[in-house]
Design a protein around this ligand. Structure first.
Ligand code: EPU
Length: 343
């Protein structure tokens, strides 16, 4: 017999979001099996509630309290499902911590996700925004995932193509937003990984520290060191990593800006578009390290919105919008949040 669902009311979410906002969930439950998910969804349907699936809470801003049921996805397990001389395939439960998975794989000698070391959050959230860092995105190791439809309770496998991955994007942020719960993710990792060193900050770090011919362990350690040097630890200062996406703009606009700001950095996207670092735009607009009350943009990485302690979701959102308006005024570029805004 499965145990009944434990549902909490007016539950404080402070310890469930890395921004450290003290929003409340009207109802809250912890779930670690498909059966428990189905029970939680019955409760949602009976009471006609909105539902929110929460993993590590590292990419979410609660601007307000949540009026429905928050389901904290807590399932665990890393299973080796296939192996040959070159590769392994693992099935990972959605509630596993992402960085712990990276460390587990690096220790086994399985490569492909070492550049994604220390990204906060859980495995189930990784495909939603196709997490990426230091020249690698999840899609490069992704094989498939299993998801549960919220309305019907049906389980379906999604292939990589069906996930429609893009830059910090997937079908789960678009057509299927709020429709499914990711249950587990399958990854294919390499036993003889060719390490990916194209990202300048990473190759510079390795060179400076005289690390020649790095393997996956050295790359993972380098990424951890770089991240720790500029991203604030959410246990010390509330934050959700990059708050905005790096905007993709037309080459014509970029050429105009380049006249005025010859040092503007850019990454090519296509013949017609380039991606510009939002952190650079925010810094140039004067917001790097700027603090107003309990809110600010981080002094070492201008793209990180920080909560110095007691900011409300509303305070953070208003400050973010001020930054957005200021960037728009100066550069004619619209920043869009990378984090999930609950308003
Ligand atoms: N920059 C500035 N000032 C700043 C910050 C950045 O001028 O204060 C410029 C510099 O030119 C720098 C460039 O922006 O070289 C890129 O900065 P960084 O390497 O820190 O990366 P990012 O583009 O700001 C992205 C991801 C991060 C990821 C890093 C490393 C997005 C929205 N963010 O940031 O992801 O860790 O690359 O690969 O794509 C996250 O998603 O939460 C996250 C932290």
């Amino acid at each position: 017999m499965s145990s009944p669902l434990k549902i909490y009311e007016f539950y404080d979410l402070s310890s469930h979001n890395t921004m450290g906002v003290s929003a409340k969930a009207r109802f809250f439950t912890e779930v670690n099996t498909v059966d428990a998910h189905r029970k939680a969804l019955e409760f949602v349907q009976e009471n006609e509630l909105p539902v929110l699936i929460l993993g590590g809470g590292s990419n979410i801003l609660f601007v307000k309290d949540f009026p429905g049921l928050v389901i904290h996805q807590n399932s665990k397990g890393i299973e080796l499902v296939a192996e040959n001389d070159e590769q392994v395939e693992v099935t990972v439960a959605a509630g596993e911590n992402w960085h712990q998975l990276v460390q587990f794989c690096v220790n086994k000698g399985w490569g492909g996700i070492e550049n994604l070391s220390l990204i906060p959050g859980n495995v189930g959230a990784a495909p939603i925004q196709n997490i990426g860092a230091y020249g690698v995105e999840l899609e490069s190791v992704f094989s498939s995932l299993e998801a549960l439809y919220i309305k019907t309770g049906e389980i379906r496998t999604f292939s990589k193509d069906e996930c429609a991955f893009g830059y910090r994007d997937s079908i789960f942020k678009k057509e299927l937003k709020g429709e499914v719960i990711i249950i587990s993710v399958n990854l294919i990792l390499q036993k003889n990984q060719q390490v990916q060193l194209s990202y300048k900050a990473l190759s510079d770090y390795l060179e400076k520290n005289r690390i020649n011919n790095p393997g996956i362990k050295e790359v993972s350690e380098a990424v951890i060191a770089i991240r720790q040097s500029k991203l604030p630890d959410p246990n010390e200062i509330g934050n959700t990593g990059s708050f905005f996406k790096n905007p993709v703009i037309p080459v014509s606009l970029f050429d105009d800006l380049k006249q005025k700001y010859p040092d503007i950095p850019a990454y090519p996207v296509s013949g017609e578009q380039v991606k510009v670092p939002a952190g650079w735009l925010i810094e140039k607009a004067g917001w790097k390290g700027k603090r107003e009350g309990e809110v600010g943009m981080h002094a070492k990485q201008a793209l990180v919105l920080v909560n110095y302690g007691k900011a409300t979701g509303q305070d953070l959102w208003e400050f973010a919008n001020k930054v957005k308006r200021s960037v728009h005024q100066q550069f004619d570029i619209d920043l869009t949040p990378e984090v999930n805004i609950i308003s």
